[in-house]
Design a binder for this molecule. Sequence first.
Ligand SMILES: [Zn+2]
Length: 192
Amino acid sequence: MRSDETTTAHCNKCGLDKPLDAFFQHPKHRTVCKACKSAQRQAWRAANPERNRASARRVYAADPEAARQAARTRYANNREKIAAQHKERYEREPERFRSYTSGWRGNNPEKAKRTRTQSQKKLQEASLPSAIRHGFEWTGWELEVVSDESRPISEVAKLIGRTYSATALMRHKVFNDPKTIIHAGLPNNEQG
Ligand SMILES: [Zn+2]
């Protein structure tokens, strides 16, 4: 029986017979499977970083909106993988990662500011439904929770029933305004 030929094809790289949807191209070009093709592309990108960047710039310049949409889709489909890669890279080379991000921010100050403002706006909106203590006087316990920098501001805001922006402002004050520092029961930075 040769009926298999219509549903599978042979990859010349890994030598396996795979279903047609494991190949990117038209049958007559279908000589290397998707997995092998991806591996080849990745190897090429690693070996030619400058040309890879140039080609990415060309793709972007040809149709910026399509390129942005493709990046968004790629990110949405690989969120956890991308986050894990970032984490892994950060743990491997924290210095380089930091200098890369501050370098990007340095080169794109307006964009960085916009992104920051947008994400703060989202966090603020997300905090509104649980902000049942908005406008009330701050208690010592709340100031204590706010001064715990290991907790993200959005998490603290939810915990104490305040808005994101009120919580962010109070965290700033807890570490910078002497009156608030005393209220929060923190050492008043005497040794300077
Ligand atoms: Zn293959």
